[in-house]
Write a protein that binds this ligand. Structure first.
Ligand code: 3PG
Length: 305
């Protein structure tokens, strides 16, 4: 049984060692493809793989069809928009994610980016504090909950909206639920995005929604670039000199955003989940889920049909 770890953005070595030990203890073999530059390298590496562990690596129909022995793909992380679920289902491949395993890492980065933006990108000028500010958490999943926990430590007023999470669940976490995205954006000076990229959410963060935010607004995106309507957001940044955008995912129109120096920052490579702790948690969970699936048929974290 061959398990391939295919990561364009490699895990920390300590996580790879842990994955190897879990895989080998089960009597399987581990193959590693890191920092690959061509899709051909991935297509060759998957040819004899029974299982694959990936991060944001694109597993499209071509990759799935090139992996003739493939039984399972585990996305070591939360979002699985990089995997063609229909192609996987068609080829009887089980797809899983590892929910919650890297959420604290992403949440810490979101708060770090808020401080960075509120302190004027550490340029030495007088900035502002997070204490007492209204933070709106857009989607209250694992990352959103961790953001709420940390933000309360900063003394922020925390609000959340999640179309799929009942208001009572938000309230029981000590966060104020609101009834709509519009209400969240109208209420909060800072919005932290934690929605997945789906057909429903793509380009949903648009001019009208963002323009509801109060003066000196800040949008923090540690979720996905696809949820932003970039053209409309660029227009908003032109129209509102008080609006700041910090993102862990470089926009497709990155040159146009770069024009807003002093109000815009993007990490050069997505780094929310790039901590050794998150790599160990998500990587080991992925390896354990593969062993449990192959040996016991456990499909607990399956996300396709
Ligand atoms: C996730 O969906 O788990 C995060 O966006 C992290 O993605 P990464 O593993 O590519 O860093």
């Amino acid at each position: 049984m061959k398990v391939l770890v295919a990561t364009d953005k490699p895990f920390a070595k300590v996580a790879v060692d842990g994955i190897r030990s879990t895989i080998e203890k089960a009597g399987f073999t581990l193959a590693l493809l890191e920092k690959y530059t061509e899709k051909k390298q991935l297509l060759d590496a998957v040819a004899d793989a029974d299982a694959i562990i990936v991060r944001s690596d694109i597993i499209d129909a071509e990759v799935i069809e090139a992996a003739k022995q493939l039984k399972i793909v585990v996305r070591a992380g939360a979002g699985f928009d990089n995997i063609d679920l229909d192609a996987a289902t068609k080829n009887k491949v089980c797809v899983m994610n590892t929910p919650g395993q890297n959420s604290n890492a992403v949440a810490e980065l979101a708060l770090g980016m808020m401080v960075y933006a509120f302190r004027n990108f550490y340029n030495g000028t007088s900035g502002a504090e997070l204490m007492g500010k209204k933070l709106g958490i857009h989607a209250f999943g694992n990352v959103g909950r961790n953001v709420a926990r940390i933000a309360k430590g900063f003394g922020m007023e925390v609000y959340a909206f999640d179309a799929y999470c009942p208001a009572e669940a938000i309230a029981s976490a000590g966060v104020t639920p609101v009834n709509s995205a519009e209400e969240l954006y109208t209420t909060c000076q800072i919005i932290s995005l934690h929605i997945p990229a789906t057909a429903e959410t793509k380009k949903s963060i648009n001019y009208d929604l963002l323009n509801k935010m109060p003066k000196n607004a800040l949008l923090v995106n540690t979720a996905r670039k696809e949820v932003i309507d970039e053209e409309q957001m660029l227009q908003l940044m032109k129209d509102r000199a008080d609006f700041k955008y910090v993102t862990d995912i470089e926009p497709s129109m990155k040159e146009a955003f770069a024009a807003f120096e002093g109000r815009y920052f993007a990490t050069p490579k997505k780094m929310g989940a790039q901590t050794s702790e998150a790599n160990i948690n998500a990587g080991l969970a992925a390896a354990e889920q593969i062993v449990d699936f192959i040996v016991n048929g456990n499909t607990r974290f399956k996300v396709n049909n």
